[in-house]
Design a protein around this ligand. Structure first.
Ligand SMILES: CC(C)(COP(=O)(O)OP(=O)(O)OC[C@H]1O[C@@H](n2cnc3c(N)ncnc32)[C@H](O)[C@@H]1OP(=O)(O)O)[C@@H](O)C(=O)NCCC(=O)NCCS
Length: 143
């Protein structure tokens, strides 16, 4: 399996959007809205490929030259709980660190807090509602 950066608007970017829609939004009965997609041309998009099939993806939103927000982590159901996302996240973190990012944050669904904690993210502040479900802000410093 390889981790690859996706060009905004490419065919693979569109595949990643479909994966995000089916894994992150359809279970909530929500579409990926214009709001979700606004500004994605200026964001960094990554995917994990297995034999050309896009099985996981994640996006990083630059907040400053050293800070980025991780968003929209999704793994195809058949590939979940097999180490795919943790492998992808470690690779993406290394790419971001090499580009000068030192501080990552994210809004974790409550159901995914354990996953991010294992990757070294720490919870900060109170839980809040986003896209109808409880979330927790988490942060990690890259070294
Ligand atoms: C959450 C998600 C991204 C995790 O991806 P994954 O590839 O299944 O995770 P991994 O297999 O790499 O798991 C790494 C570790 O985290 C744990 N883990 C995975 N999902 C977890 C979860 N939802 N809650 C708690 N721990 C979890 C695994 O048990 C594993 O621990 P281990 O190494 O001790 O066995 C994936 O399950 C997913 O796409 N879920 C639906 C969408 C979603 O909730 N995205 C996150 C939005 S914030």
């Amino acid at each position: 399996m390889i981790v690859q950066e996706l060009q905004f608007g490419s065919e693979q970017y569109r595949s990643a959007r479909q994966l995000r829609e089916s894994v992150l939004r359809r279970p909530l009965g929500l579409p990926l809205s214009e709001d979700d997609l606004r500004g994605e041309a200026g964001q960094l998009h990554f995917a994990m490929l297995a034999d050309q099939e896009l099985v996981a993806c994640v996006t990083a939103l630059p907040l400053s030259v050293t800070e980025a927000r991780i968003r929209q982590t999704a793994v195809a159901p058949a590939y979940q709980r097999q180490g795919v996302a943790s492998h992808m996240m470690r690779k993406v973190e290394a790419i971001l660190a090499a580009r000068g990012y030192t501080s990552l944050s994210l809004h974790a669904r409550i159901s995914a807090i354990g996953f991010y904690r294992k990757l070294g993210y720490a919870a900060v502040g109170k839980q809040f509602i986003e896209v109808t479900v409880p979330h927790q802000k988490m942060v990690k410093q890259l070294t």
